[in-house]
Each structure stands twice: as structure tokens, then as C-alpha cells.
Design a protein around this ligand. Structure first.
Ligand SMILES: Cc1ncc(COP(=O)(O)O)c(C=O)c1O
Length: 387
């Protein structure tokens, strides 16, 4: 097929030309002065993206999944208790990763499509008067359901209960797209990958860690080697890593941070909010439902669309791929076969969104779903033109 394929999944996202160029320069000596300057730029730049002055940025070759593991093994010990809020596929896996390391996870399960219930987190914390819970695990933006939770409210729940548990937050599909404030919200570890809001190809694990989390790592007993952030922090002081780093991705990361700074984080968030609202209006105009229940929890990076009864979303996604090379996100976990996900994050503009939505309409129609061609696109266009 000529032209570009439409990667409309909630990450990996399209890699802008500027980043591709930055990554295609010659690989340099990862123990030399040019590399040390690159490390310095990235570690300082990432702080602005996490909105932290005090937190330490930590980068490994890896993926978001590795970020769960790094957050857990560096801060906790086998036998520790943690409170994990499960509201979708990724939060479930975050908790399962903790359990695999011998952490006793008290699960707070809520239905897919709901956000983190800060009031119920508060109840659990107040009931833990002897402070056995060492960490609270939440996913800021649950990518399987398109729900953004109120991390500031979770912080307030901890503060109101005067509870010392660490706050570990997955920001894989929110960082650099949806407002996330590491310092202001008192987060202890935030973890992400590069392939969503940061607009890079996959291949990195990126964390921010608070002073408290770094102090906790000195006592944490989970076995760790690769994910041990101690040697990384130590060697980063000299602009190095304790292993061969993903140099090309680091070139790209420096460029990505520069692009985000040029656009301005608040403008990046506003752009995502605007495109997301246009997408939701399109979905509703097509007569389809959105999985996220609460409008104030709608994700600005993706929309999980409920497939009408009698249609399998996996089969629809395969059809969209086959007919128009349009990639949509599959339903995961409890909603497998029941939803498809439209990604609207990273390097994306109005016309690209409109084209993606046109692809959704055309492929739904040819799949047999009774939608009116143009209805969704018109709703999105009107919204974008009015604003
Ligand atoms: C919220 C969330 N957490 C974790 C992950 C896992 O990240 P990765 O696939 O990079 O390992 C993803 C992947 O999409 C995600 O969306």
C-alpha cells in the first residue's frame, strides 16, 4: 500500500522525522565525554517532563514492564504488604509483578472502565493503623480501558491517613501527554517507556525516584541485579551506565525532550485534550459507547470504544488492518473481543486524527456495523473548528 500506514494504537506512536534523524547519527563511545554530555542533558531534561526538581531520573534499556519490576525490587522486600488498585489489564500486571517478587498485594479491584477510587484507598489506609502497607501501586492512565485516575487524590488519601506508604505510579501512557506532577503529587516512583508520549521507538525503561524511594532502596531486600538502580545512579554521576546503553534511543530521547520543551508541556497537554475530545465526539456521533464511565476520567491519550453487541472487536481490528492498513488497539484482559482502542497521543495533529477517524468509519461500515459514513468525522471537525 502506498502512503503511510496508520498506527492509531495507544503506543508505540509515530516517530517524528526530527527524532528519526537524531537517532540515525553514528554511535559514539559510551564512556567518552560526548556521551557524558548526552547523559547530563537527558537526566536534567527528564526532570522537566516528570515535573520534578527533587526526583532522580533513571534510564535503562528495557520497556514499561521492566519499569514495574524496577519500581518494586528497588523499594520493597519479600513479605512486605502493598495496596494495589486494579482497574484494568495493566494495573493487574503491575500487581502480579509485585506478587512475583514475594510482595503480599492487597488488591482493590474495581470494574474495567472505572478509575482509582481514592476514597476506598483512604479507607484501606486508615484501617492499616500499624502501617503494614509499604507501598500503594496505581496506574495513572489505564491503557486497557482509557481511564485516567486522580493521582493527587491518592496522595491526599495517604496524607489524610498520615500513612507513610510509598506511592508507586505507572505513567506509561500518560507522561508527556497528560498532566503528571511528580513533586506536587508526592509520588515516590513513576515509571514509563519511551514509545508513547515521548514519541520514540520502544526500548527504554524510564523512572523518576524520590529521595524517600532512594532511601528505601538501601533497606529493600528484593533480589536485584539488572534493575538495581544503585549502580546506575552511581555511574550516572560520571555520565556513564553500568552496561552498554541504548545510545541511539538516548539521542532520540534528547530530541524528544527538546521538542516537548519547544511546544511547552502545558500546550502538549492541551493538544492531547483537544484531540481526545474530538475523538470522543466522533465515537458518540457514530452511535458507539465509550468504556470509561466518568467523563472526568476520560483519557486524553486513547479512547476505548465498546463494540456493538454481536460484533467481535478482534475480528474488526484484523479487518481494519487488512483493508486499510489501519492499526487499532485490541481489547485486553476482561474486555478482550469487546472493545477496540483508538490511540490519540504523541506526535499527532488534527488532520491525522481526522484521517484515522475516517478509517474507523470506513472499516466499521465494511465490517457490517451500521454506522453513518461521515457522522463521526463531521462531529470531530465541528468541534475542532469551533475551538
Ligand atoms: C499503562 C501501561 N503500563 C505498562 C505497559 C507495559 O509496557 P511495555 O509494553 O513497554 O512493557 C503498558 C504498555 O502498553 C501500559 O500501557
Amino acid at each position: 500500500m502506498s502512503g503511510r500506514p496508520f498506527l492509531q494504537i495507544p503506543g508505540p506512536t509515530l516517530v517524528p522525522e526530527r527524532i528519526v534523524r537524531a537517532m540515525s547519527q553514528s554511535i559514539i563511545d559510551h564512556r567518552g565525554p560526548t556521551f557524558a554530555a548526552l547523559v547530563g542533558d537527558i537526566l536534567v531534561g527528564l526532570k522537566t517532563v516528570f515535573q520534578t526538581q527533587h526526583g532522580q531520573a533513571i534510564v535503562y534499556p528495557g520497556s514499561g514492564t521492566g519499569g514495574w519490576e524496577a519500581a518494586i525490587v528497588n523499594t520493597l522486600s519479600p513479605g512486605d504488604r502493598a495496596l494495589g488498585v486494579v482497574n484494568g489489564h495493566f494495573s493487574n500486571h503491575f500487581c502480579r509483578t509485585a506478587a512475583a517478587h514475594g510482595i503480599e498485594v492487597d488488591r482493590l479491584d474495581v470494574p474495567y472502565g472505572s478509575g482509582v477510587p481514592a476514597n476506598r484507598v483512604a479507607e484501606r489506609l486508615r484501617a492499616d493503623s500499624t502501617h503494614q502497607i509499604r507501598a500503594v501501586l496505581v496506574v495513572h492512565n489505564e491503557t486497557s480501558t482509557g481511564v485516567t485516575s486522580d493521582v493527587a487524590a491518592v496522595r491526599r488519601a495517604l496524607d489524610d491517613a498520615r500513612h507513610p506508604a510509598l506511592l508507586l505510579v505507572d505513567v506509561v501512557s500518560s507522561l508527556a501527554s497528560i498532566d503528571f506532577r511528580f513533586d506536587e503529587w508526592g509520588v515516590d516512583v513513576a515509571l514509563t517507556g519511551p514509545q508513547k508520549g515521548l514519541m520514540l521507538p520502544p526500548g527504554l525503561t524510564i523512572l523518576a525516584a524520590s529521595d524517600r524511594a532512594i532511601r528505601a532502596s538501601q533497606a529493600a531486600k528484593c533480589p536485584r541485579a539488572y534493575w538495581d538502580w544503585g549502580p546506575v545512579l552511581e555511574r550516572n554521576k560520571r555520565g556513564e551506565f553500568p552496561y552498554t546503553p541504548a545510545t541511539a534511543l538516548l539521542f532520540g530521547l534528547r530530541e524528544s525532550i527538546a521538542m516537548l520543551q519547544e511546544e511547552g508541556l502545558s500546550q502538549v497537554f492541551a493538544r492531547h485534550a483537544r484531540l481526545a475530545e474530538a475523538c470522543r465526539r466522533a465515537v458518540r456521533a457514530l452511535g458507539l459507547g465509550i468504556l470509561c464511565r466518568e467523563p472526568r476520567e476520560h483519557s486524553n491519550t486513547l479512547t476505548a470504544v465498546v463494540m456493538p453487541a454481536g460484533f467481535d472487536s478482534d475480528a474488526y481490528i484484523a479487518h481494519a488492518n487488512r483493508t486499510l492498513a489501519l492499526s487499532l488497539g485490541v481489547g485486553l484482559g476482561d474486555v478482550k473481543g469487546k472493545v477496540f482502542r483508538i490511540g490519540h497521543l504523541g506526535s499527532l495533529n488534527e488532520l491525522e486524527l481526522i484521517a484515522g477517524l475516517a478509517g474507523v468509519e470506513m472499516t466499521l461500515k465494511s465490517f457490517g456495523v451500521p454506522v453513518t459514513l461521515g457522522a463521526g468525522v463531521a462531529a470531530a471537525e465541528s468541534y475542532l473548528m469551533d475551538r
